[in-house]
Design a protein around this ligand. Structure first.
Ligand SMILES: *Cc1c(COP(=O)(O)O)cnc(C)c1O
Length: 400
């Protein structure tokens, strides 16, 4: 195995991967073998600046030494124990999350989709306990993204994810983001238990919700005891310049789901409960074998503790720099998003720009028809400048 590994060229690895791994990903032509901070390297030793961080996961970059120490020390002590027993890392992580955010309790799982499943179950149980099982409808947004399980694709308001996989979990109705009138109409027409939303729609094109729409969500929540589920899987953990993006809106959700950046690179998801929802889940109502696994939790704790005021100020500064550079640049039609979550609408086709940038050693993403940037939150300014210069050249080139 080891010898085979040393002999194979990048091209052969790609062929082997395509032969044996299910074809769910249209992979880019790159194979990364190691990284350091905001840099990634392929088999030939070519250097790339990472403006993607594994879709907002490696928020302190690759092989971050503090995180590596936390994870390896815990792996050498005890890698897993059933959730039937207490553990130190999970306890410390839950306390850190609550202290950072003002939420009351946490359920741990392994991904964003699972964090949303838990949020959906909790909202339905809250309403069922108080008003009966008929009150089970959840309003979600058109163009949202909440995950890939059958229930979370039902919650996802994009037809493209629904095709071929029905029948779906019922009880979801969709509203256009920003349409307050329709939101109120749906809340009056259906027996609604919750409104579920991303504050900045990520996969749906990096689109921030208007404040007035979030205000209407809060008003309806107060009037009708409707819960607000805030999906912070992508926006959370410092990405938008606050710990959770809802803080930018003065919103205190009843339930927050998060994952991606939380683990710093290992799979962990969390559902956070506020005052109203903290006691809804009782023994036997929900669970996860791996959820809050000691190694993942120890790594996550080392991340959460470092998302502090200084880091968040750095996120804002870098976000401002990106916007200043890109707004009005040749070939750029608009820049959206918040903090280090940026969507760039370009005159030229986004996939072409992504490909050209990859060739020149800059890794970025798309969201719908836009370019999307989710760099590590601590990316050094010099690297951000170097990557932005290349990006601007390729955007201009693709538009001419
Ligand atoms: C990525 C994402 C999810 C799904 O997370 P997985 O870990 O892939 O299950 C859910 N919601 C939002 C907003 C996301 O960006």
């Amino acid at each position: 195995m080891r010898e085979e590994k040393e002999m194979m060229q990048e091209k052969e690895w790609k062929a082997l991967s395509d032969r044996y791994i299910a074809g769910t990903y249209a992979r880019a032509d790159a194979l990364f073998v190691r990284g350091q901070g905001s840099l990634l390297y392929d088999m030939e030793g070519k250097r790339y600046i990472d403006l993607c961080s594994g879709i907002g996961v490696n928020i302190f970059g690759a092989a971050d030494p503090v995180w590596v120490r936390a994870v390896t020390e815990q792996a050498a002590l005890l890698q897993h124990v059933s959730n039937l027993y207490y553990t130190e890392p999970q306890t410390l992580l839950a306390r850190a999350l609550c202290q950072k955010t003002g939420m009351d309790r946490v359920f741990f799982c392994n991904s964003g989709a699972e964090a949303n499943e838990c949020a959906i179950k909790t909202a339905r149980k809250y309403a069922s306990d108080r008003y009966g099982p008929e009150r089970n409808v959840i309003i979600t947004l058109k163009n949202s993204f909440h995950g890939r399980t059958v229930t979370t694709i039902s919650a996802t308001g994009q037809e493209v994810f629904h095709k071929d996989f029905g029948p779906f979990t019922g009880g979801f109705v969709y509203v256009e983001p920003g349409d307050q009138g329709e939101l109120r109409r749906l809340a009056e027409e259906y027996p609604v238990c919750a409104i579920m939303a991303e504050m900045v729609l990520g996969e749906g094109g990096v689109q921030a919700l208007p404040q007035s729409f979030v205000d209407e969500m809060m008003k309806l929540a107060r009037e009708k005891d409707i819960l607000i589920i805030d999906d912070e899987v992508q926006t959370g953990n410092g990405r938008t310049g606050r710990y959770f993006c809802c803080e930018n809106y003065g919103l205190k959700p009843d339930i927050i789901s998060t994952a991606k950046g939380l683990g710093g690179g290992l799979p962990i998801g969390a559902t956070l409960f506020g005052e109203k929802t903290k006691d809804v889940l009782t023994p036997g109502t929900h669970g996860s074998t791996f959820g809050g696994n000691p190694v993942c939790a120890a790594g996550a704790l080392s991340i959460v503790e470092r998302v502090d005021e200084a880091l968040l100020a750095g996120v804002e500064e870098r976000g401002r720099y990106l916007r200043q550079e890109l707004e009005g640049a040749p070939g750029v039609l608009s820049v959206s998003g918040m903090g280090l979550m940026a969507g760039i609408e370009t005159k030229g086709p986004a996939p072409e720009i992504v490909k050209a940038c990859l060739g020149r050693g800059v890794v970025l993403l798309t969201a719908k028809e836009k370019l999307r940037l989710l760099p590590p939150l601590n990316i050094p300014m010099e690297l951000l400048k170097e990557a932005t210069a290349i990006l601007k050249e390729e955007i201009a080139r693709a538009s001419s």
